[in-house]
Write a protein that binds this ligand. Structure first.
Ligand SMILES: [Mn+2]
Length: 348
């Protein structure tokens, strides 16, 4: 069986492991804007294990995150930069080690990227997005990993930190792998993902409860918003095997939108037979945030990069637009025609 431990991704890890193993350190763990289950789960697993070792740790998220991620063990250790900038800045300023997890560019922490680049702390990046920027002293990156959580677990094992793992840390890592693979529906064809998952189950995590806490934790308003969106704001373009949905500010106000309510919406159009590219446009205060998903080899990260100032994974990415919703949708449709060759092919 393949094993990430055999590979050279660990070649630079010895310095940071030395720092972590010898002496107690102030460690800031930071993750990306609009954190998802993998970002929060990986950060908190690092927090728990390093805390169990005696380190003084803190997790910093650039902005707020949805309620269905707030149940994870260690959640109280997270400082939201937008809400408590002084507290977060102070900890970042005092940190001896900064661990960045689940992002590949400092653009993803724009609120405090100057605090990170300006810090003298030793910097470690653990990530699975393509083409990581080289802002860290040590980059542990593997784009073939299902999630950052999977790499974090292997980092623990590689460095002998796994003996500080407990059920709480395993719970966070499982949540990360489960959410980043859409419950093992994508990005999860490698045996290693299941090997790691099996080892996490050995920590006696309550897998079914974790599932419920994430996926059966919505408000009725959110379900109605989804119903409205699919019913009124969806367009299907069979010719290009594409379907997209959108929500305007007015729609969001009508359904009393809360952070996280639209999580996962982008996946719904993909469950229509024959559709293999889906997009979701949501109007924010000063821009439109776009999520892309695909099945097969249509690379949505390249599409997002090229036309919508974004990036991400081959089958899951995001971008943005500063045009109006109407103009953005128009532009999107136009860009589809430019991708005609790869999209209109009937072979999946
Ligand atoms: Mn991830």
């Amino acid at each position: 069986m393949e094993d990430r431990n055999d590979r050279k991704i660990w070649q630079d890890a010895s310095v940071v492991l030395e720092l972590i193993r010898n002496g107690c350190r102030r460690i800031a763990i930071i993750t990306h804007i609009d954190p998802d289950g993998d970002a929060i789960g990986s950060s908190l697993a690092l927090f728990i294990v390093l805390r169990n070792m005696g380190h003084n740790c803190h997790v910093i998220s650039p902005n707020g995150y949805p309620d269905f991620l707030k149940w994870m063990p260690g959640n109280d250790a997270i400082t939201v930069f937008d809400e408590e900038p002084e507290k977060a800045t102070q900890f970042l300023g005092r940190a001896e080690i900064i661990i960045s997890v689940d992002f590949n560019t400092l653009k993803r922490i724009k609120q405090f990227n100057d605090k990170v680049t300006g810090s003298a702390a030793y910097k470690l990046l653990i990530d699975h997005h393509p083409d990581p920027e080289s802002f860290a002293d040590c980059t542990i990156s593997d784009t073939s990993a299902s999630s950052s959580a999977e790499i974090v677990y292997q980092f623990f094992k590689h460095g002998g930190l796994d003996r500080y793992m407990d059920t709480d840390a395993a719970t966070c890592l499982f949540a990360g792998i489960m959410t980043d693979t859409g419950c093992f529906s994508h990005n999860s064809s490698k045996p290693l993902t299941y090997k790691v998952t099996a080892e996490l189950l050995d920590f006696h995590i309550d897998k079914d409860k974790i599932y419920s806490l994430i996926y059966d934790n919505f408000t009725d308003k959110r379900m109605r918003l989804l119903g409205f969106c699919l019913n009124s704001n969806m367009e299907v373009i069979r010719e290009y095997h594409t379907a997209y949905i959108w929500l305007t500010r007015k729609d969001l106000q009508e359904y009393n939108f809360q952070v996280g309510d639209s999580e996962g919406f982008v996946n719904y159009p993909l469950s229509i037979r024959g559709i293999r590219f889906s997009a979701f446009f949501i109007e924010k205060e000063d821009h439109i945030k776009i999520s892309f998903r695909s099945r097969g080899n249509f690379a949505v990260n390249r599409f997002a990069e090229k036309y919508f100032n974004g990036g991400g994974h081959v089958n899951a990415s995001g971008g943005e637009s500063t045009d109006t919703m109407e103009e953005t949708l128009k532009r999107f449709k136009k860009m589809l025609t430019l991708q005609k060759e790869s999209l209109s092919d009937d072979e999946i």
